[in-house]
Design a protein around this ligand. Structure first.
Ligand SMILES: NC(=O)c1ccc[n+]([C@@H]2O[C@H](COP(=O)([O-])OP(=O)(O)OC[C@H]3O[C@@H](n4cnc5c(N)ncnc54)[C@H](O)[C@@H]3O)[C@@H](O)[C@H]2O)c1
Length: 334
């Protein structure tokens, strides 16, 4: 088997590495694809476009990605398995998922099918393709409800999900352990905080994306619940950087990727309306299954990946709102 770390060039780039990104046309995935191309990797994408969009890859298509590098198919399918076996990537980044917590509570079966069966299909294909490293996108939802005095949560905390989404993502971690121990597919699972940034669109995207879209539409910014609930926000370009760092570090297991800081949803609403110069705030019913407080301890990411977040929250939100405005004006013009 090829050790992925041995395929890195002397400056830690990813030249000559073939990397498959599942979910590469999605919000996080499209930023990851662009970052990996910039690092010199040969990148392939598997995505069924259920929430992702090909236009998210426009920059990458003018930066080295070709149409033949994109396979539009379901990660649960034989077609996805065949593509992985054909491409024989040194590294696979598994981002394709049902990624909405509310959707998972409405349809736990669909969530489990995509997030568990899809992951097993991908891991099985990686084993056959002798892929040495899988970088997996986990979520802070695997930690469930955490007491305030236990924040920020470290990777050693109990895995105790309280939603079907958290459960399916936590179950995938068990399979990652099994494939590492029995099929020589090593892994790094990045536990992502609340990722925000350009291209986060759609009715089921995160709170910053929803608020930016509402502000652009001239609608009120909805705060679910009292707005005092906290989350740990991290800018998408910083996440793409963390994924790239994970590709050069070998398999290190669970690593939190976030800011380490609690921010209330009310504060986010204030920052979005400030950046947009518009947007009244409106309270709506709390979302079922939501945890009250969250912040992640990111010292392991610093120690093992040499990674830390660089984008201050207010700046990241300004960039996000600017991108939403640009998207809206392009839509209007066309
Ligand atoms: N955005 C966040 O705040 C956040 C936080 C924690 C973890 N994550 C994880 O990061 C990953 C990426 O999330 P995102 O926010 O970019 O979401 P996203 O919905 O934009 O991206 C998911 C991508 O996977 C594709 N996809 C979904 N089901 C598929 C299937 N069955 N087969 C093939 N492709 C499929 C979608 O079309 C989409 O392009 C997910 O695994 C998610 O659980 C995201």
């Amino acid at each position: 088997m090829v050790d992925p770390v041995l395929r890195l060039d002397a400056v830690g780039g990813l030249n000559e590495s073939t990397i498959v990104v599942t979910g590469g046309a999605g919000f996080v995935g499209s930023h990851v694809v662009a970052r990996l191309l910039a690092a010199g990797a040969t990148v392939k994408v598997i995505d069924d476009l259920s929430t992702g969009r090909l236009e998210n890859l426009d920059d990458s298509l003018s930066g080295g990605l070709t149409g033949a590098d994109i396979r539009i198919c379901d990660v649960r399918s034989a077609e996805a398995a065949n593509a992985i076996r054909l491409w024989r990537p040194e590294i696979l980044i598994h981002l394709a998922a049902q990624s909405s917590l509310p959707a998972s509570t409405r349809s736990p079966l669909v969530d489990a099918d995509i997030n568990i069966r899809g992951t097993v299909n991908v891991l099985d294909s990686c084993a056959e393709a002798e892929t040495g490293l899988v970088v997996y996108a986990a979520t802070s939802a695997i930690y469930g409800t955490v007491d305030g005095d236990a924040l920020p949560v470290a990777e050693t905390a109990p895995i105790a999900p309280t939603s079907p989404y958290g459960l399916s993502k936590a179950t995938a971690l068990e399979y990652l352990d099994w494939y590492r121990d029995h099929r020589s597919v090593d892994y790094t699972a990045l536990v992502l905080g609340n990722v925000y940034g350009p291209r986060q669109v759609g009715p089921m995207c995160g709170v910053v994306g929803l608020m930016a879209q509402a502000a652009m539409a001239g609608a009120d910014l909805a705060i679910f619940g009292d707005g005092h609930q906290t989350r740990d926000f991290v800018f998408v370009a910083d996440v793409a950087e963390a994924v790239t760092a994970a590709c050069t570090a070998g398999g290190v297991g669970l690593v939190n990727i976030a800011s380490g800081v609690e921010t209330t949803v009310g504060e986010i609403a204030g920052l979005v309306s400030q950046a947009a110069g518009t947007g009244a705030l409106r309270h709506a019913d709390p979302l079922p299954g939501e945890v009250r407080r969250m912040a992640l301890d990111i010292s392991r990411a610093r120690d093992l990946l040499g990674w830390h977040p660089r984008t201050p929250l207010a700046e990241g939100i300004r960039v996000t709102v600017r991108a939403a405005r640009r998207r809206d004006s392009i839509k209007e013009a066309s």
